[in-house]
Design a protein around this ligand. Structure first.
Ligand SMILES: O=c1ccn([C@@H]2O[C@H](COP(=O)(O)O)[C@@H](O)[C@H]2O)c(=O)[nH]1
Length: 275
């Protein structure tokens, strides 16, 4: 999906919601456990219920890989279901990959050629040759970890160089030479609040994938105040806050209600910024 298509979808739906598909087998409703593939059935119903309010889905590979072959099948079926039934939804594989060049090339092939997702999260730690194999696929995106939502973001990302440059700033400045905002997004946690101002000084045009609202307590309003651009420039993710709104037979309905609430707040924010 191109940047223009993504922006058009956001404007048409008045939403920049990314629904996180993190189907923890221990938390999905009991009655689904008898299905042939409970994870896929859970995702299918969540997707059907929330699609009107979302522009993107982000399955996190951990929740699939942890179940071995059955989990991987659920992941593939989920991606195929989205591609077939909801081709306008951006699919982000949250895999946090990145390795020496020839290995990264295999990861890129797996996600972009074999699975056909639109975007993959990549860790920057191994540098340019670990990231560039994911670039150069028409309409595909690298989503590079910049300033994450967790407490551990302080351990490395916020540490300063002798001239006061913080590591996440170096990641953005250096990596923005590798790709344009047409194919590079950054992960910035919603819990980072006012830091979005600093991010925007370095990456004024890039889309930011923003996890951390809902279960992690980040503020949508604050993210928008400091991070929104004339093109919106944000994809805000919520996983547990939507998909586990209920563990009963009404789980999909409750997920839709939570997604709709977020979408309505997003529409208000888009209005404020005249997007
Ligand atoms: O900085 C980061 C990077 C990735 N994540 C992932 O996003 C979702 C958040 O889930 P919630 O249930 O909405 O908290 C999950 O897949 C994380 O692994 C993140 O939270 N922070």
């Amino acid at each position: 999906m191109t940047r223009k298509q993504l922006i058009d979808n956001i404007k048409n739906k008045q939403s920049f919601l990314c629904v996180g598909l993190d189907p923890d087998i221990k938390k999905i409703p009991q009655h689904l456990l008898d299905c042939e593939n409970p994870l896929f059935e859970f995702n299918r119903q969540i997707i059907d219920a929330t699609a009107p309010y979302a522009v993107a889905y982000k399955p996190n590979l951990a929740f699939y890989e942890s179940l071995g072959t059955e989990g991987w099948i659920a992941f593939e079926k989920t991606v195929n279901y989205l591609r077939e039934h909801y081709p306008d939804q951006l699919i982000i594989a949250d895999a946090k990959r990145g390795d020496i060049g020839n290995t990264s090339r295999m990861y890129a092939q797996s996600f972009f050629e074999h699975l056909g997702v639109d975007a993959v999260t990549v860790a920057p730690y191994m540098g340019e040759d670990s990231v560039t194999p994911f670039l150069g696929y028409e309409g595909k995106w690298v989503v590079l970890l910049a300033l994450t939502s967790n407490k551990g973001s302080h351990d490395f990302q916020l540490t300063e160089d002798t001239d006061g440059t913080r590591l996440f700033e170096k990641v953005i400045t250096t990596s923005s030479r590798w790709a344009s905002p047409e194919s590079m997004m950054y992960v910035v946690g919603a819990t980072q609040g006012r830091m979005f101002e600093d991010i925007r000084r370095l990456a004024p045009d890039n889309f930011l994938l923003v996890p951390g609202v809902g279960a992690q307590g980040g503020s949508l309003e604050e993210v928008c105040r400091y991070g929104m651009t004339p093109d919106c420039g944000l994809l805000v993710n919520s996983s547990r806050g939507i998909i586990f709104a209920s563990d009963g037979t009404d789980f999909a309905q409750r997920a839709a209600e939570e997604a709709k609430k977020l979408q309505q707040q997003m529409a208000e924010e888009l209005k404020k910024f005249s997007v």
